[in-house]
Structures are given as structure tokens and as C-alpha cells.
Design a protein. Structure first.
Length: 230
């Protein structure tokens, strides 16, 4: 196929219209001549067909992906039901990794697909946990004291007090001295206020009130959040 200028009048083999002499047209041996516009229109039709073909293939690919996903999800949902009860074990392993500023909780299971999420505490059955109301009974011992921080205060010297009772005098509290605040990547007096926590440390008595001196964020666990800080 090549482009020529007609010496004589011709008839377009594509649309049947006359092509006058002197006009440019396409010519191919044993086929004839045709308008340049007819060739472009045919190319557009071919391109449109190709595009529709690709769109159709894309649609079928999407349908196939949805079907496969449905089978996978169906297997995850139905598999625990179809497995005999005598062969199902759900043994969980809890691992904690402590750094200077935080402790990461890793929960794995030896079988099954259930993930242990939504735990209130990293170690719910910790025998060392006591209520803040009983802290005075364990002066001199290292315990984990549980309760809600209802009041906080930061002194002019930068010492932060986390109180479990208001009024605070005579009741258990946690104290963070200014020299240790650099270990906290947040304002403890604001972050801990109103939260249920567990504070771990040695219980001491100061002016008639039991206290734990907190030197690191890893000593305070927040309910449902562990040691994951903002």
C-alpha cells in the first residue's frame, strides 16, 4: 500500500464514492484505490475495537479476582467450622520486647487464625497486680498498682504527680521527677489524665502517702494500649 496522486478518476473501494483525478489516495496492487479519510476512519474503528477488547478482558479479570477472593474468604470463615473439634488447638504465646521508652506486645498462635487483639492488659492474670487502694499495705515491695488517674499536677520545679484520688493527700500516687521527663516523648500530666493504668515499681511512703517513683514510660501500662505512646 502506498500513497499516490491519481492521474485518472477512480472509485473508492471502501466507501464507493468517486475520487477525482489529481487527488491523493491510497493504492494497493490488485485491490484498487481508496480515500485517505476512509483509511483513517477504518483505523479509528479498529482502535475502538481493540479498546473494547481490552475493556472486556479487564472486566473478566476483575470478575475472576472477585471470585477467587470470595473462595479465599469463604475458606477462612468455614475452615474452623469444618475442622473436627478434636484437632483444633489455640495456644497463644505472648512476648514482650522492652526498650528504654516502650514495650512492644507480640501475640502469636500455634494454630488457627484468630489474632489476640483487644486485650486490656498485656498480662491480664499477673499475680503481682494490686489495687491502688491497697498500695499502703505493700510499702517496701515492688508491685504493679492498678487504677484510674483522676488528677495530675506539675510543680514549678517540673515534677509531675499522677494522682489516683482527689483529694490526693493520704492516697497512692505516682511521681515523675523533672530529670526523668526527657525520657517521655509526650506530656505525662496530659496524656495519662483520665486513663486506667498499671504502674510498676517499689512502693514507698512519703509524708503518709504511698508512692511509686516513675523513671521511664515502660513503668506505666495504659489499658487497651499497652506501652504504645503518641
Amino acid at each position: 500500500m502506498r500513497k499516490i496522486s491519481l492521474k485518472y478518476d477512480g472509485t473508492c473501494i471502501k466507501c464507493g464514492r468517486r475520487i477525482p483525478a489529481g487527488e491523493d489516495a491510497y493504492w494497493e496492487r490488485d485491490k484498487g484505490v481508496w480515500h485517505l479519510d476512509c483509511s483513517r476512519r477504518e483505523g479509528s474503528r479498529i482502535s475502538g475495537s481493540v479498546a473494547r477488547g481490552f475493556a472486556s478482558k479487564g472486566l473478566w479479570a476483575a470478575v475472576a479476582a472477585i471470585v477467587i477472593l470470595a473462595f479465599v474468604l469463604g475458606g477462612l470463615v468455614l475452615a474452623p467450622i469444618m475442622v473436627p473439634k478434636s484437632t483444633v488447638t489455640m495456644t497463644a504465646t505472648v512476648t514482650t520486647t522492652t526498650t528504654e521508652h516502650s514495650t512492644a506486645l507480640i501475640v502469636t498462635t500455634t494454630s488457627g487464625t484468630t489474632t489476640a487483639t483487644g486485650l486490656k492488659w498485656i498480662n491480664p492474670s499477673d499475680q503481682n497486680v494490686i489495687s491502688w487502694e491497697d498500695a499502703a499495705k505493700y510499702v517496701g515491695q515492688t508491685k504493679t498498682v492498678e487504677g484510674i488517674i483522676v488528677r495530675t499536677y506539675k510543680s514549678a520545679k517540673g515534677t509531675v504527680f499522677l494522682n489516683f484520688h482527689d483529694p490526693y493527700k493520704g492516697y497512692f500516687y505516682a511521681v515523675i521527677f523533672s530529670g526523668d521527663l526527657k525520657k517521655f516523648p509526650f506530656q505525662p500530666e496530659a496524656y495519662y489524665l483520665g486513663k486506667e493504668v498499671r504502674v510498676t515499681g517499689k512502693i514507698q511512703l512519703y509524708e503518709g502517702s504511698p508512692e511509686i517513683i516513675v523513671k521511664s514510660p515502660s513503668q506505666i501500662e495504659v489499658a487497651h494500649m499497652g506501652f504504645d505512646y503518641p
